[in-house]
Design a binder for this molecule. Sequence first.
Ligand code: PEP
Length: 271
Amino acid sequence: MAKVKRVPFIAGNWKMNLDHLQSIAFVQKLAWTLKDANHDFGVDGAEVAVFPPFTDLRSVQTLVAADKLDVRFGGQDLSEHDSGAYTGEISGAFLSSLDCRYVLVGHSERRTMHGETDEQLARKVAAALKHGLVPVLCVGETADDLEAHGPSAVPVAQLKAGLAGLAGLAGLSGTPELVVAYEPVWAIGSGKAATPEQAEQVAARLRETLAEVLGDDVAAATRILYGGSVKSSNIASLMREPNIDGALVGGASLDVAEFASISRFSKHVGT
Ligand code: PEP
């Protein structure tokens, strides 16, 4: 596989927290903290993104554009449809028109609480790409899966299923950009992250799977994140692993100082 520098990516999933006013204060403070000369950001810094509730996105967009802040943002979900009678759903076209660069697809809370299937998620991945968004496809095994099938089987199967719609995607030009987030469900919100070795074992299998399905170039360029109880105290050891390019952060992304520290401990990585 070709050697490619992958810019570290630290993504904060706010879930259903922080309203639009709080989002403005948060993003302003985050951008200032990231810029602070006392911190080790700069050439080796990470790309940092927040995933606020939909109702915050317009406020975040306005702030980021007006103050030219170095913070990206995205949606926590999107509809598989472009428009129409789908009450409560949000089109990828709407996210794109709010300058979202990313969108989460298949977070474990969507899979379990909203019954999202692999087939539906494949359509959501395709919809994201169609609308110029980079899908952050979340995969991961439950504690029961881990016991029954070992660590990689379920995440690999979910990744393959999520990519199933790409081959026939009309109008997709060039190499699809996507991000894969490996999030063992047993580690999410538990305070007990996977060990770097556990996370690397699965991330390496996910990269092999990307190579099988989309080819070596896409596999080498695609960022694979680890998610599940990431904190400033464990990010450095996770990111030392060759196949882990960043983190999807839940709880710790709601604390500006902690989230900025997590970003600070990341680095440029390459294969
Ligand atoms: C998540 O829900 O995506 C997540 C990783 O949460 P936490 O960081 O709180 O474990």
